[in-house]
Ligand binder design. Structure first.
Ligand code: 5AD
Length: 336
């Protein structure tokens, strides 16, 4: 196993069967190598991105997600431009220089309204990056928002296997549409984040290997990986959550495949284990996304049950305790 890990570090690309063997690895040497590689590129610095969950309305009906339109138990909310700007002000005062606007696919936010919000944030905080996480949008819309000042876009592929995609999504959604949107994002000039859930119903190690190979091909700046966690008001309510070790292995493998990648220790990882964030960092992750969503609405943004968010103060304390420092610049991706 150690020889395989060393070879991944040296050669960076692997055959699917070798990736599957690495995903099943139970040797902590994998984490040691991933951590060493992270430190050789980024030192002990961890990047922060402030997450603003500004709408939980969604026109989609993904079988895993608590925001799905079919969930009539959800209490829906939308934030105004002024409320979003107030969140940014709070985050800026705490030292954050990236704001991630995340929401369901909510047609209420037209291109014009979103462009106005993005423009407003960039005008108030020219030293900050704006990241959008709004689901699939057309090429023209993505271009318009890029021109309004958005720097980055997060859109997980969720899985890279079409048959598996169809297990997780209703028939009106397709892997090809998802992948097209990811390629459009690159073409329009965003820094792109993709990613997938680990342990979603029907997923095999082979599917995760396909995700790793898709990521190699897309060559995004960021990859978000977290465990699937069931939500009680979805068709997957009775399913098992994703496996912690498998999430950490996937993070570590990506760190070795692409040393300068931005890899968040995700909220879902922080939810399935008390020290999930720390374990993610120690397995090679280098980004944490503290939550800036106002307390009044936050409890309604439930992608999955028992969502456990981190505030900026807790991020400083917990990362300090494992010997990390916080990077204060907006933390753009850089080539090495
Ligand atoms: N468990 C874990 N992650 C989830 N997401 C949505 N629903 C769940 C769930 N039940 C993730 C998806 C989506 C991101 C915003 O949250 O991967 O892209």
């Amino acid at each position: 196993m150690r020889e395989l890990i060393d070879r991944l570090e040296r050669e960076r690309i692997f055959a699917p069967t070798e990736l599957e063997a690495l995903l099943a690895c139970d040797d902590n040497y994998l984490f040691q190598r991933a951590r060493t590689v992270r430190e050789s590129v980024f030192g002990s610095r961890i990047y922060l991105r402030g997450l603003i969950e500004f709408t939980n309305h969604c026109k989609n009906d993904c079988y895993y997600c608590g925001l799905r339109r079919g969930n009539s138990d959800a209490r829906r909310y939308r934030m105004t431009k002024e409320q979003i700007l107030a969140c940014c002000a709070g985050g800026y005062a705490l030292g954050l220089h990236t704001f991630v606007l995340q929401g369901g696919e909510d047609p209420y936010y037209t291109d014009g309204l979103l462009a106005d919000i993005v423009h407003g944030i960039k005008a108030a905080y020219p030293d900050c990056a704006v990241t959008l996480s709004l689901g699939e949008r057309g090429h023209e819309s993505l271009k318009l928002l890029r021109e309004a000042g958005a720097d980055r876009y997060l859109l997980r592929q969720e899985t890279s296997n079409a048959a598996h995609y169809a297990i997780l999504h209703p028939p009106e959604m397709s892997l090809s549409a998802r992948q097209k949107c990811l390629w459009d994002l690159k073409q329009v000039g965003y820094q792109v984040g993709c990613g997938f859930m680990v342990g979603s119903p029907g997923q095999t190690l082979g599917h995760i290997a396909e995700d790793l190979l898709f990521i190699k091909e897309l060559d995004p700046e960021m990859v978000g990986i977290g465990p699937f966690i069931p939500h009680a008001s979805t068709p997957f309510a009775g399913e098992k959550p994703g496996d912690l070790r498998l999430v950490l292995n996937a993070i570590a493998i990506l760190r070795l495949m692409k040393p300068n990648l931005l890899l968040p220790a995700t909220t879902a990882l922080g939810t399935i284990h008390e020290t999930g964030y720390e374990l993610g960092i120690l397995a090679g992750a280098n980004v944490v996304m503290p939550n800036l969503t106002p307390a009044e609405v936050r409890e309604n943004y439930l992608l999955y049950d028992n969502k456990n968010r981190m505030e900026v103060g807790a991020v400083h304390r917990r990362l300090g305790a494992i010997g990390c420092e916080i990077e204060i610049s907006k933390g753009d991706y850089f080539d090495v």
